[in-house]
Design a protein around this ligand. Structure first.
Ligand code: PAF
Length: 282
């Protein structure tokens, strides 16, 4: 396994793989890896000849006052985990190499980014799109792997791949949950025991949303209100948003019908957690 931080070196290694007609699978990450990431890596291993994982905490996708400086970093553990998975190349660039002093070109998705996390984290998806375009241009992957926990991100990346004519096949894998059903996230490491208990209200609210729909409730405002009641009971929880949207175009809905997304973002004592579920309603 090669671990490299130099962009030129990475490009030359990957050029050799490309020339040898190797199918390149790529999993972009910000490190502090958990089973969710590893499920993407395992899938990449099964579907490609040469697997690249990037570990890069991308400064430009954090807004001011967010946790960029404190974002969990476990590079040694990450490298060992990826070695065990049989990853071929780890790319961990330096922020200054990714964003030199004269960096002034950004990539904006202007539709799907307007709602949910895009509304509450100004500039976030601009940062995500920009770093992914850079990573795609450096790595030239044939296949990329994303998780459903970041549903909006996955939808935006698909749009980016299509709109910018990348010949990349995107795989989109289910959210991996811990035993207590909390969606795996690098930010879960911030949670103290009592906060972890409180955070379970997120999945409880999603389960309630699903149950209400199964029981025939169709009014979005009723479902969202009942979900809110589950969250506000927890002392450390503060809702950023709970929304039910069309899962394909992220447009607002009054009545649930077709493929719908229930998505929420909640602060648990300052730790921002997101989760979602997608349902096909007849
Ligand atoms: O989902 C993430 O970890 C990040 O947004 C990504 C895709 C690695 C871009 O920095």
């Amino acid at each position: 396994m090669i671990v490299a931080n130099n962009i030129k070196k990475i490009k030359s290694i990957l050029k050799i793989q490309k020339t040898a007609n190797q199918v390149i699978g790529f999993v972009p990450t910000m490190g502090s890896l958990h089973k969710g990431h590893l499920s993407l890596v395992k899938m990449a291993k099964s579907k490609s000849d040469f697997v690249v994982v990037s570990i890069f905490v991308n400064p430009i996708q954090f807004s001011q006052g967010e946790d960029y400086q404190n974002y969990p970093k476990n590079i040694k553990t990450d490298i060992n985990l990826l070695k065990e998975e049989g990853v071929d190349l780890i790319f961990c660039p330096h922020p200054r190499d990714m964003y030199p002093i004269d960096f002034s070109v950004f990539v904006d998705e202007t539709e799907l980014s307007e709602v949910l996390c895009g509304k509450s984290r100004s500039g976030h998806f601009r940062g995500v799109c920009t770093v992914l375009v850079k990573l795609f241009n450096i790595i030239l992957p044939d296949k990329v792997y994303f998780g459903q926990k970041d549903y909006q991100q996955a939808l935006i990346v698909k749009r980016l791949i299509d709109n910018l004519n990348y010949d990349i096949r995107m795989y989109y894998l289910p959210t991996i949950r811990d035993k207590d059903k909390l969606a795996m996230s690098s930010r879960n490491r911030y949670l103290k025991d009592n906060e972890r208990l409180d955070s379970l209200c997120i999945n409880e609210a999603l389960s309630l949303g699903r149950k209400l729909i199964q029981q025939g409730e169709t009014r979005v405002f009723v479902i969202v209100d009942k979900m809110k009641n589950v969250i506000i009971k927890k002392r450390t929880a503060k809702i950023v948003y709970i929304e039910i949207l069309d899962a394909i175009n992220l447009k607002n809905l009054k009545i649930v019908k077709g493929k719908i997304l229930i998505a929420l973002a909640v602060y648990i004592n300052g730790t921002r957690l997101i989760d979602n579920t997608v349902i096909n309603v007849k």
